[in-house]
Design a protein around this ligand. Structure first.
Ligand code: ATP
Length: 363
């Protein structure tokens, strides 16, 4: 059977285990020899015990776990050609020419680069005598399928990234908990949620918890935001509300591109309204805990689709990324999606927020 390996890279997210499980089982089902690569690209570069063959039962009882059971890492070595040479050698030794990479845009970019460079790397390994001529011919093509694991939902091309739904669940549980204590003491709470370039979590959480105000990177408010916000908070109190909730994405900014931090928002509230105001930074809680049903199913579907894409690949097939389009699992050109994602980041940096939202499209 064909050699196939799966690994997780970059920041972890809930649902990665479901994806790993689906890759392993679909791979075995289709007759592949399937491997785990532990600790992301670092494990690929280091080889040894980091690359182990998987069997049907090695992915039992992981679907309900958060994070990634095979580990993830950021890896400087893989950014250097020497590192990628070592990685290629480790894969060839085990007959692996199909990779499922589960990660963010950085991880997917690295995988694409690896595929493009594969021939050169093998030539060099052959020259050094690290691989045989037979191996050079037999493993001439590397195939890549990407899955996007990220809680931010910040990747262009897919409606939902794996982990976003669970993170949203974590956030609204936390806000519901805060609401009850805020009610008792008539407090105002400012909740900082993740999202450096993407306000999806902040906005969705605000809608789902009936928050009073939300700050998201894509919708920077004008200079009058303190007045508008305070007026809104006061209105709510006058209408009989005993508390206020404000949600701030960690990447929230104003129209000059200056950060709007939870601290800054608190200052404004305290100064103008003299309300008892507290900040809660949710932090890594959002990335933890068990994955939601949606993320488990998403991971299953995308993982299975990735393996099928690899099995159908021919020597010229470009790297693809699995994406959710409406309710369909589809395959899209990986680099096009990465480029689009980068274009969104650039538009944001250039303060072209409308363009950023437009480019991001449905995701
Ligand atoms: P997150 O969304 O959590 O940031 P990510 O996949 O974008 O996830 P990165 O830190 O950008 O996270 O990338 C993860 C790893 O992928 C890097 O540590 C590196 O090993 C590899 N990688 C990223 N970009 C490249 C690149 N241009 N060339 C080679 N490898 C890369």
């Amino acid at each position: 059977g064909k050699g196939l390996a799966v690994f997780t890279s970059g920041g972890d997210s809930q649902g990665m285990n479901a994806a790993v499980r689906a890759c392993v089982r679909m791979g075995i089902y289709l007759g592949c020899k399937v491997f785990f690569i532990k600790e992301g690209y670092q494990g690929m570069v280091d080889g040894g015990d980091n690359i182990v063959e998987a069997n049907w039962s090695s992915v039992s009882s992981i679907i309900h776990k958060g994070g990634t059971v095979i580990g993830s890492a950021r890896c400087m070595d893989f950014k250097e050609k020497v590192g990628r040479l070592k990685a290629a050698k480790n894969l060839i030794e085990r007959g692996i020419t199909n990779l499922v990479v589960i990660g963010g845009d950085g991880s997917l970019t690295g995988a694409n680069l690896f595929r493009q460079e594969w021939s050169d790397l093998l030539d060099q390994l052959l020259k050094e005598g690290s691989i045989t001529k037979e191996q050079r011919e037999k493993y001439a093509h590397l195939h890549i399928a990407g899955l996007v694991g990220s809680i931010d939902n910040d990747f262009c091309g897919t409606d939902m990234t794996i982990g976003t739904d669970s993170a949203l669940h974590r956030i609204i549980e936390a806000i519901d908990a805060i609401v009850s204590t805020a009610y008792s003491h008539q407090r105002t709470f400012i909740m900082e949620v993740m999202g450096r370039h993407c306000g999806y979590l902040a906005l969705s959480a605000a809608l789902a918890t009936e928050a009073d105000f939300v700050f998201a990177p894509e919708w920077p408010p004008d200079v009058n935001w303190p007045t508008r916000m305070c007026k809104k908070l006061e209105q709510e109190r006058t209408a009989g509300q005993r508390l206020n909730i404000i949600i701030v994405a960690e990447g929230a900014i104003d129209r000059d591109g200056k950060p709007i931090t939870a601290e800054k928002v608190k200052e404004v509230v305290v100064e103008n309204l003299k309300q008892d105001t507290r900040i809660t930074v949710l932090g890594h809680v959002q990335r933890g805990g068990s994955p939601s049903a949606f993320d488990r199913v998403l991971g299953c579907r995308m993982g299975a689709e990735a393996v099928m894409a690899l099995m159908e690949a021919t020597p010229g097939t470009e790297a693809c990324v699995m994406s959710l389009d409406g309710n369909q699992a589809v395959r899209l050109p990986l680099m096009e999606c990465v480029e689009k994602t980068k274009a969104v980041a650039k538009a944001m940096a250039d303060k072209q927020w409308d363009l950023a939202v437009q480019l991001r499209g449905r995701s």
